[in-house]
Write a protein that binds this ligand. Structure first.
Ligand code: TXA
Ligand code: MG
Length: 320
């Protein structure tokens, strides 16, 4: 049996046996486990190196399955589901009593989404249950956006990697908490606040800090090993030459082309969709150069870049 492949029957069987299977989604690859199987969930936490009290997202096939996980589905959720699912948004609900504490992090809420990826939807159809699937990376690291990146992260420690090609969206889903009266954006993503408001114009989405535990909201999350620094276009030139004088090497992700002979330089896409799609691959590639620092040009301030800004700020965060 190949370790990486497109065989959903194998993937479904392994999941039913309580094994871990990496799955493609439109955002990033997930590390999938049967969300109703305690042993499988324990393996998942152990492999990710994730603290046990951090909740995971349950991936389902269709809206009909939502009531198996959520005890209360507000009308807003139906509107958002009709508009955005399958797609890159996750909604948080009050949970059904049977939902395991290993899924919810011991809270009384559960996060659910329907991913937009043909292969994973077919897998979910065959598997029938819900799949707990955090991003398929070790805790605190960049999320993988290709099967190869998952294989590099976990090697043979997952039973199977379902290869669905490279991810279309490239950064993790937008998370909205609908478990209280005030809908809140817990993690920005490529479904932006404006896009949400366009569907639910009467709703104010608050993105104020919350007491709900969400590791994606830890300041230093999604980091390469090389320190990351954000800089304006003009600062980049000065930083690179100052580093050179100190015999240090910079790796750069910028909207501009290098003006000298810099080789460790990636020219980023100018539109947010293209930028997000290649962001983690770009950061991984720059990280693999083992330079002293990765310098990333700051991205625009508009709403459509908010998910990207959030990931870049986290990648560049350093405890002082
Ligand atoms: O795009 C995505 O969301 C990807 C793909 C694989 O679906 N998944 C993903 O999972 O990013 P993960 O585990 O890396 O991030 C999920 C985030 C975490 O920050 C987690 O704390 C939060 O969702 N979360 C899950 N359940 C929650 C809950 N009940 N309350 C608050 N936050 C929750
Ligand atoms: Mg993650």
């Amino acid at each position: 049996m190949p370790f990486i492949g497109r065989d959903i029957h194998t993937a479904a069987r392994l999941l039913k046996e309580g094994r871990l299977v990496a799955i493609p989604t439109e955002t990033v690859y997930g590390l999938g486990a049967d969300a109703s199987n305690l042993d499988a969930l324990k393996q998942l936490y152990a492999l990710k190196g994730r603290p046990g009290n951090h909740p995971v997202i349950v991936h389902i096939r269709s809206v009909d399955q939502l009531s198996s996980w959520a005890s209360h589905i507000p009308p807003l959720a139906e509107r958002l589901a009709n508009h955005f699912w399958p797609g890159p948004i996750t909604m948080i609900f009050r949970k059904q009593p049977h939902v395991l504490a290993q899924v919810t992090g011991g809270q009384d809420t559960v996060a659910v989404r329907i991913p937009r990826h043909e292969l994973t939807l077919a897998l979910l159809e065959e598997f029938e249950g819900g799949l707990a699937a955090p991003s398929a990376n070790k805790f605190g690291r960049l999320s993988p956006t290709s099967a190869t990146a998952v294989a590099n992260e976990f090697g043979g420690q997952v039973s199977y990697i379902l290869d669905g090609g490279s991810c279309d969206v490239g950064i993790e889903s937008t998370i909205i908490d609908l478990s209280t009266d005030v809908p809140r954006i817990l993690r920005p993503g490529m479904v932006s606040q404006e896009m949400l408001t366009a569907v639910a114009e009467d709703i104010v989405f608050s993105s104020s800090p919350t007491t709900v535990r969400a590791p994606g909201t830890l300041k230093s999350h999604y980091s390469p090993s090389t320190p990351v620094q954000l800089a304006t276009k003009d600062q980049i030139v000065d930083l690179v030459s100052a580093m050179k004088q100190d015999s240090q090497e910079a790796a750069v992700l910028s909207f501009q082309s290098p003006n000298g002979g810099e080789t460790h330089w990636i020219v980023a896409e100018c539109d947010p969709e293209g930028y997000a799609r290649s962001l983690y691959t770009n950061l991984r590639n720059l990280d693999s150069l083992n330079c002293d620092r990765i310098i990333v040009e700051k991205v625009p301030e508009d709403d459509s870049w908010s998910g990207i800004r959030d990931r870049l700020e986290r990648a560049s965060y350093r405890e002082d």
